[in-house]
Design a protein around this ligand. Structure first.
Ligand code: NAI
Length: 332
């Protein structure tokens, strides 16, 4: 059975190839992203394997279904980029990898927090140039500071554990409070209280209509002056233009992003020989207190292996039983 894998980087090929070794699946790798011009490549494949910036809108799904594809196997936990109604209408099943390594993303979030706080990214450059001056590098003790976590699912819970280990007081906002977090001493509060009471705010919630631009001008106005904001969830949870205004006014003291609302045109590609076509993103890069990584929160050996194994299990399960291990379904 043929499976067409889109947005396939070298590392995807290595991990998926190893996971599929004895599965009987024939993996056909495409470096290209899935979209209206590439969907026809998958004609005749039983399944398509897609990543976070692939286009899984109605038109592409229709073309895949017309080409006899029956399953979309996402290599991600998030599925906000899939038109689930269109998939159902086209008779396509959708599967995802609900959990691979919450540690990978939580630890990357911590990396952003620590780097922004202690300016190690700037220190690295200075020391290489023989500049050992400390002006501008001062941070703060994490101990006894308040961190606010928006979304305490798998990733948010690991992060809560890490941050309480640092001696932080942790506030959280989540429509579904989590007993493990409560046992850690995490205090669930309304969003306004989290915004007003946190020195560090991290976003670990999915992108849904309710969380789209959750951090907008109004939310930023409620934040403590100089608070740090970190987003490793999905770009559009943050209104980027509002955040730029917050950085300019000093309301946001530091910004860490692993995701960006228009990342589809930038991330996962080497654009170093050309220019950045996105002026809003380019503006973000001019702030010394902004640190951006290109959606690499998931990028650990352990996570890639787990993603590959679950993806192959989703596909083989679907082809064998007509049901993927981890289906994504429309809420009734
Ligand atoms: P999860 O499903 O375990 O947890 C999400 C939590 O967010 C749940 O507890 C849910 O109740 C909560 N939530 C939903 N709506 C909310 C709202 N309006 N306000 C506050 N909380 C809300 O998901 P998990 O595994 O912890 O992942 C979280 C998100 O992280 C994913 O949806 C994905 O977008 C992102 N992610 C980013 C990665 C990266 O590489 N940067 C990798 C993996 C996931």
């Amino acid at each position: 059975m043929r499976v067409d894998v889109f947005s396939a980087k070298r590392y995807d090929q290595a991990f998926l190839g190893a996971a599929a070794k004895d599965s009987g699946l024939e993996l056909c790798f495409h470096e290209a992203r899935l979209g209206p011009t590439t969907a026809r490549l998958a004609q005749g494949a039983a399944a398509v394997c897609a990543f976070v910036n692939d286009d899984l809108g109605a038109a592409v799904l229709g073309e895949l279904a017309a080409g006899d594809v029956r399953l979309i196997a996402l290599r991600s936990a998030g599925f906000n980029h899939v038109d689930l109604q269109a998939a159902r209408d086209a008779g396509l099943a959708v599967a995802r990898v609900p959990a691979y390594s919450p540690h990978a993303v939580a630890e990357h979030t911590l990396a952003l927090i620590l780097t922004l706080n202690r300016n190690t990214h700037r220190a690295w450059n200075r020391v290489r140039e023989g500049n050992f001056a400390l002006d501008g590098l001062m941070g703060f003790d994490m101990h006894a500071k308040t961190a606010g976590i928006v979304g305490t699912g798998q990733i948010g819970t690991v992060l809560a554990r890490i941050l309480t280990g640092f001696g932080c007081m942790v506030l959280a906002h989540d429509p579904n409070p989590n007993a493990e977090c409560e046992a850690l001493g995490v205090r669930y509060v309304p969003m306004t209280q989290l915004l007003a009471g946190s020195d560090i705010i991290t976003l670990q919630c999915p992108l849904t209509p309710a969380t789209h631009h959750l951090i907008d001008d109004a939310a930023i106005a409620q934040m403590r002056r100089g608070a740090m904001l970190v987003n490793t969830s999905r770009g559009a949870v943050v209104d980027t233009r509002a955040v730029i205004r917050g950085l300019k006014s000093g309301r946001i003291g530091a910004l860490g992003l692993d995701v960006y609302e228009e990342e589809g045109d930038l991330f996962f590609e080497d654009l170093s020989q050309t220019h950045i076509p996105d002026d809003v993103f380019a503006r973000l890069l001019t702030f010394p207190n902004v640190l951006i990584t290109g959606h690499q929160g998931f990028f650990t050996r352990e996570a890639l292996q787990a993603i590959a194994e679950t993806t192959i299990a989703n596909i083989t399960g679907f082809l064998r039983d007509g049901q993927a291990l981890h289906p994504v379904t429309l809420p009734d």
